[in-house]
Design a protein around this ligand. Sequence first.
Ligand SMILES: CSC[C@@H](O)[C@@H](O)C(=O)COP(=O)(O)O
Ligand SMILES: [Zn+2]
Length: 200
Amino acid sequence: MSLTVKELVEVAHRLGAYGYFPATSGNLSIREPGDTLRMRVSVSGIDKARLSEADLLFVDENLMPYEKDARKPSAEAIVHVHLYQQSDAMCILHVHTLSNNLIAQRYEARGSVPLFGNELLKALGHWEDDARIEVPMVENYSDLNKLATAVAAAYNPEVPGVIVKQHGIYVVGRSVAETLRHLEAFEFLFALALKRDVHS
Ligand SMILES: CSC[C@@H](O)[C@@H](O)C(=O)COP(=O)(O)O
Ligand SMILES: [Zn+2]
């Protein structure tokens, strides 16, 4: 098993232990190095908390398998393709959590989620004093081509994630470790903001 594939499988188990993959939701991928867009993406419909290397299918940018496998890649693999085309990401993690759903609801009218006032903004690449970012949000289109286009259009290179309302978050990074760090920081900051709002 290559190092990155092993890392991605370990990350899936770790996120599963946090309860970030309820009801078989979520998906994960890594991009193969090189100019041609090829990725390893999770099989559709399985419990990602129990992901194995064999559950990461080889697909190209047209979602055609380039290694024979009868199983279907993630229904949302098209979102991964568009995000890879729009960014320098090498890994994408998608999770449905209570915090990312609740924070999307809280800031529905604003259209983005403000994050500020915490050290963990540094884990998202923001080391400036008084760092403040807006996490973009898009509608949860059932047409997955439309969803993929909206997620890629909303992506801001300064903010490594896009929230889908009533659904979850897509998080990008240039390595598996960086993407995990981004995801954990987002989820911490969402939980903090929700508690802060309740008590303020
Ligand atoms: C099982 S409900 C969640 C799905 O509709 C989808 O949003 C999801 O995240 C998982 O889809 P999948 O095809 O398994 O990658
Ligand atoms: Zn999803």
